[in-house]
Design a protein around this ligand. Structure first.
Ligand code: NOJ
Length: 723
């Protein structure tokens, strides 16, 4: 359908694709896709196959990366575009929740829908690959790109990664799991070597990749760093052995941009496509291309291997049915004003608002201060984080800008906001004309903030903490955060407001944990944690503040009392030893008996839930090894959603941390209603990696299942024995 052009140079198109019309499509099986790919690749010359393995060159293409194409037989140049939260370097797209905030919802259905709408938008823009989801573990809360993935736990990353992947691929777009692997900080990411033992590698870092592979993900991006001394994109142990043989990955391994360092070594050790193609970005040379053809002619790389490399890309293309019909590329990454205006947002803003509200974590709510009462006459809103940046909603290179409300981090994991509803605007709209709203966005004039707060019935004070990819230095932070304190005088501002108003509500937009030196201030009645909600920020926040949505978000990481309570900080050495092994995030806090400020899985509701009647039984039905049921009742006064969490303590001989998240379900319950929640545990949930056997095994002995509302709010436990 065509609508009148807004821009004389560019056609405006509303995209209605096959996937749109059908809602979703079913990817082909790998077998079917491989059969088709075998036929096509079988007709290709060595040079044609090599062309498919070689990116067309930095800034030479419409997308941030594109594969080479062939004619006779014909195979198109495929478009690869960032990123994990939406189409980057494109307008008329949705800029929704960051991965870390999406995982705060602990809502599988919402995660799936988010994947679906993102896939629809990538497809609508003609992007064959979405460069996401990011399923890297938050090893350290200081790391810059923690906002792109799903937090500190492998199981949560796995579930969120799977739902996102299935959603994206249901639209015929190839999802890309990244960054494979052990690329858990920004400092020295181009050359540092991560050193980790085989068990930790599998149980913590490869675990979510294994899950997205089971879900049929089409692509994996190898990372910049080295692993045990060898670059990730030429690492036989992690690419050939672990990813392809052990985890059975059949799709295409693409390099991160500029992460290829050799020809034969990379090809032989498992890299299938070099991106964006160049040796040094923009030099027009390539480790693949002619160099790969020559390596085959010399006998350094077999032609069979090149056939396999090309076939993996072609098979992913067929798997996602991109041969059936696929829109033209309408992205123009390096010449943005030339991009035709193609509108793909549909009504996705509604999903962003809905999921944004579902992701809000209520950390404190003393005296039932929230939801805001109808009798309020005057609300004070304080802090630059409540408003729009004076430099605009898309300020800073790659969104590296933090002088307004924070709704995403920066770097290639960012996208342009089509609009951004500020907290101020969202609250003002929802409050209506009967409530007076006064505000100041000045973080530094704490006297003025206090004077304003004093006059109001309630004061909402906003602050934030940003981070990103190491492409920009922001406020002295080189991607990774220098510290976990709030930015722009946030701590002083909060304290000044709390001193002035005995009904103070703190709202924090952050990429991850922050320190809260003011947390025990008696006037701070509520603390609200919306994360990075994207374009509908103010609306989704207002939905929760005014009680239109009962909060059910839960923390996907641990908020410690002190920075020094965390065991992993940014490591400036060139060899980064993962000495903490399995003790990542809450597992460390549990093992060391350190009380967190707010634990992993924590979040309050406007109602209460009671748990009863936990039963667990072992079974040998299909894959299910144990099944548990528990009854959950909404024992409060309003309808709400509970995130019922299942943690497992392994037999002591297994050498696992005290407990591991191994299941969660979101249940909606009206006031007074009860529901039975069922958990099935399979080998995926119950096995450990046995170093001696070099395999996954289910340890024998007594397991304890803990069911609760957070990792530290265990309501019921039961044991079961496996032999
Ligand atoms: C480098 C980033 O690490 C990666 O995540 C991104 O997809 C590529 N650049 C392409 O922009």
């Amino acid at each position: 359908m065509k609508v009148p052009s807004l821009n004389a140079a560019a056609a405006v198109l509303l995209v209605a694709t096959a996937a749109d019309a059908a809602g979703s499509l079913t990817p082909r099986s790998w077998d079917e896709a491989y059969n088709m790919a075998n036929t096509l690749v079988g007709e290709m010359s060595l040079e044609q196959k090599v062309n498919i393995t070689t990116g067309a060159g930095w800034e030479k293409t419409l997308c941030v990366g594109q594969t080479g194409s062939t004619t006779n037989p014909d195979f198109p140049s495929l478009c690869l575009q960032d990123g994990p939260l939406g189409v980057r370097i494109a307008h008329n797209v949705t800029a929704g929740l960051s991965g870390i905030t999406a995982s705060q919802s602990w809502d599988k259905k919402a995660l799936r829908k988010r994947g679906e709408y993102m896939g629809k938008e990538f497809r609508g823009k003609g992007a064959h690959f979405q460069l996401g989801p990011d399923v890297e573990i938050m090893r350290s809360p200081f790391a810059g790109r923690i906002f792109e993935s799903f937090g500190e736990d492998p199981y949560l990353n796995g579930v969120a990664g799977v739902e996102t992947t299935i959603g994206i691929q249901s639209q015929g777009v190839i999802a890309t799991g990244k960054h494979y692997i052990l690329n858990n900080q920004e400092h020295n990411r181009m050359n540092a070597s991560s050193v980790v033992d085989d068990r930790t590698l599998r149980e913590i870092y490869a675990y979510p990749f294994a899950r997205v592979i089971e879900a049929g993900i089409g692509s994996i991006m190898c990372s910049y760093n080295r692993i045990n001394g060898t670059y990730s994109c030429e690492n036989d142990a992690t690419l050939n052995k672990l990813l392809k043989e052990e985890m059975g990955f059949q799709g295409v391994v693409q390099s991160d941009w500029g992460a290829t360092h050799s020809t034969s070594q990379s090809a032989n050790h498992g890299l299938d496509v070099t991106m964006p193609g160049d040796i040094d970005m923009g030099d027009g040379l390539s480790y693949f291309g002619k160099n790969l053809t020559e390596a085959v002619k010399r006998g350094d790389v077999s032609e069979d291997r090149v056939t396999d490399m090309a076939r993996r890309t072609v098979a992913s293309y067929y798997k996602m049915r991109q041969d059936e019909d696929f829109p033209e590329i309408s992205i123009n990454s390096f010449n943005e004003s030339e991009a035709p205006e193609v509108l793909v947002q549909g009504n996705h803003g509604h999903l962003v608002r809905e999921m944004g509200a579902a992701a809000v974590v209520l950390l404190r709510n003393n005296d039932n201060t929230l939801p805001l009462s109808d009798s309020l006459k005057k609300i004070a809103i304080v802090g630059s984080d409540a408003g729009i940046s004076p430099d605009g909603i898309n300020c800073g290179q790659f969104q590296a800008c933090d002088n307004g409300t924070l709704a995403m981090g920066y770097g290639s994991g960012a996208a342009y906001f089509p609009y951004l509803v500020s907290p101020y605007e969202g609250i003002k709209n929802r409050a209506g004309d009967d409530v007076e709203i006064v505000h100041t966005f000045d973080d530094w004039n704490t006297d003025a903030a206090a004077d304003l707060a004093k006059t109001a019935d309630i004061a909402l004070v906003f602050a934030n903490s940003d981070s990103g990819e190491q492409v920009e230095v922001l406020d002295g932070n080189n991607g990774d955060r220098n510290n976990l304190t709030l930015w722009h005088n946030g701590d002083n501002l909060i304290k000044a407001v709390a001193d002035a108003n005995e009904n103070t509500v703190v709202v924090i937009h952050s990429v991850g944990p922050v320190t809260m030196p003011w947390v025990n201030h008696p006037n701070i009645k509520a603390i609200v944690w919306p994360g990075l909600p994207g374009q509908e920020s103010g609306n989704s926040l207002a939905d929760v503040l005014f009680g239109d949505v009962n909060p059910s978000g839960r923390l996907p990481y641990t908020i410690a009392k002190e920075e020094s309570d965390y065991n992993v900080h940014i490591d400036l050495n060139h060899t980064i030893e993962f000495k903490e092994k399995l003790l990542v995030g809450y597992k460390y806090f549990d093992a060391m008996n350190i009380d967190p400020l707010f634990e992993f899985g924590f979040g309050l509701s406007y109602t209460n839930f009671t748990y009863s009647n936990l039963k667990v039984k072992t079974s040998d039905n299909n894959n299910t090894i144990a099944t548990a049921t528990v009854s959950v009742k909404n024992s409060g006064d309003v309808a709400g959603d509970e995130i019922v969490q299942a943690y497992i303590s392994f037999p002591e001989s297994a050498g696992e941390p005290p407990k591991l998240l191994r299941g969660f379900e979101k249940v909606h319950l009206k006031k007074g209603r009860r529901s039975t929640v069922t958990f099935d545990f399979t080998k995926t949930e119950l096995s450990i990696y046995d170093l001696e056997k070099a395999d996954w095994v289910i340890p024998s002995g007594e397991f304890t299942l803990h069911i609760g509302a957070s990792s530290r709010d265990i309501r019921l436990s039961a044991t079961f024995t496996l032999n």
